[in-house]
Every structure is written in structure tokens, then in C-alpha cells.
Design a protein around this ligand. Sequence first.
Ligand SMILES: *Cc1c(COP(=O)(O)O)cnc(C)c1O
Length: 388
Amino acid sequence: MPDVEIPLSRPDLGPTEEALVLEVLRSGRLSMGPRILEFERDVALVAGRRHGVAVSSGTAGLHLALLALGIGPGDEIVTTPFSFIASSNCILYAGATPVFVDICPRSLNMDPRGLEGAITPRTKAILAVETFANPAHMEAYESIAARHEVPLVEDCCEALGTTVRGRACGSFGRAGVFAFYPNKQITTGEGGVIVTDDDRLADLCRSLRNHGRTASMGQSNEPGTGSWLAHDRVGYNYRMSEIHAAIGVGQMRRLRSIVERRREVATMYINRLSDNPSVILPTIEPECEPSWFVFVVRLTTGFGVEERDRIIRGMRNHEIGCSNYFPCIHLQPPYAALGYRPGSFPIAESVSQRTIALPFHASLTRRDVDLVCQTLELMISRESLSRS
Ligand SMILES: *Cc1c(COP(=O)(O)O)cnc(C)c1O
């Protein structure tokens, strides 16, 4: 994306992270050190889980969670078509087949009724995404998973710090996966953490991220020990470095204030746009404290995809970063072989043609938000005029 005056996202980094990174560089221990353990504990605590396993990305975490659950060729995983593509790609990595379910038009997460109907004897897991950090239906997914005796995997990559009815995102499935790419609530540059209460699953993920080495006492074994070159299984190198973990430790120390600030920015947008008849604001689940991954508005059904795309281009021409979160996964070329077509998931497709992700990060000021909203309103009225 070209450099714009008000970027779509921007990490919130400062002296805390700088000091922690410098300390790692000076320590000479750049992999598998104390910051990894600290970061894993911090993330597991926020998710209300016993284990955290740090990995090189959210996508790597999802891949390992599925492998650790024994998922492979011939298995079906029920999931959403309205998400970042990694939530389905991990299913393909495991050799399994994603089975998509249309979304609920309010929450933009899988419709629980559709989910129930998509389960077959081949279903080996439900992979639920808290799209845009909205935790709607997670309890319903949990009970459907329990009823059908399949594990629920929570792709909470967009939802660190969100709680609903007293429960944290990351606490719902057999395993949850967070991501720390720079556009998430907090970042490690690149990185992810798998969270779970299942000791066996955690150990398996620790082994799989580290070339299949034995994970002993909850920790990957160390170079120079007898078992360093003993491999129990075909593993991967999905480790996170100490440098990345140090950034994450600094970010976790400031998580509360970062989330608080994101809530303020979201409130500014909501107040500013709530009277606009062309714009549908994101819904907030009852008793939910959202940590706000992005701020995505939707144009009303009168607008089509060409108009939406022109509005996004117009915003970018005014130096305002905007995006079309998300194009439907089932319509992307790598999924063509699964046989889905335009019209397969009418709600997801209709929503996906009308969304606009507005600039959203902790350093946005009221002036920035005003400028974004003014420009958006100008672009929308231009489209409405050219139509009449
Ligand atoms: C960001 C994200 C991921 C993947 O995270 P990476 O760290 O970029 O690999 C997976 N699923 C969803 C829903 C995401 O938003």
C-alpha cells in the first residue's frame, strides 16, 4: 500500500519495547530464551488458559493446532468464508477440506444453524473465527461441537483482549490461536501463540514447532543436550525468536492501555457516524468488551461493489488508508477446485461487497477521525449523486 497520511493501521511501539529488544540483543541469546516463556505466560493468562505456545505466525499456529488434533486428508473442517484467507489455508496445509458455512448478517460470524447443518460424519473439527474481534455465537459453537463430539478450534487471531460475558477470547475452543502481525491489537512483528488447557496438545505443538523434538516438562529441549538431535516426528521450524518475544512482552505490559485507547477511537467513530443513513456500523455483542481489531463499516444494500471500490479508491486518493475486508475465501482462485460459485454463500458475498475498513489504530486523534468521516461522507454523497 502506498504511504498515506492516515494509514489503515499502525503499531503502537515505544521505549518499553526498545529496551526489551536491546536487552535481548546484548544477551546473545536470540532463540528459545526467557522472553519466549514470559510472552507465552502473558498471552495464556489474558486468554484464561494454562498453556501458551509461541510460534512464528498466527498461520503457523493454526496449522500446528490442526496437526496436533490429528487432522489430515479426508477430514472436513467446518469454517467461515468471510475471514482472512489464512483461517482456511491452514486447513489445506493439513490436507483436509474446508466446508464453508454462511454468516450471520449482524455478527459476521458463522450462522450457528448453518454450522449444525454442515456437520457430516467426516467433520473432524469446527474452526471458528472471531471476525473483527466479535465473539458472537462462541458459546453456541461450543455446544454444537460438544454435541457432535468434534473439537472447536478458535481462530482468535483478531480478538486478543476481547471478553464476552466474563470469558476471554481464546478460552472457547480445545485450542485457540492468536496472531501478532503489525496490524493486530498488539504485535511482535511476526508471530503467534497457541493457547490451550490440554497438556498433551500443548506438548505436541511445542514438539511440532521445533523440528519434532521431544517437548519435556512443558518446554522444548535445549541445544547441546542429548536429545537435541532426536526427532519423534516430522516437525517444522515454526519457532518465534527471542527478539520477537521481547517486543511482545513489552506490548503485553501495555495491553490494557492499548485496548483502552482503541475503544476510545472506536467510540469516536461510532458517535461521528451513527446518524449516517448510508452506513451500517459494526454491532457489539451484548455484555462484550471488544478490543477492536479494525473498524469496518458497511454501506447499505443500495450500494454495489463498484461503488464501494470507487469510494475506497477515492479515500486513498485523499491519503486515507482504507480496505475491502474481506473478499470471500470461497471465491479466491486457490479454492476454485472445491466447487463453490458466486451465490454459494449469499450473505457473506453481499456483506463482503459493501465493507470498508477505515483507518484504525491507537494513535488516531479526533481530528483524524473527523477527517476520515468527512471524506467518507463526501465519497458516499458523490456516489449517491451520480446515481440519481
Ligand atoms: C491475522 C490473521 C491470521 C494469520 O495471522 P498471521 O500472523 O499473519 O499469519 C489468521 N486468521 C485471521 C482471522 C487473521 O486475522
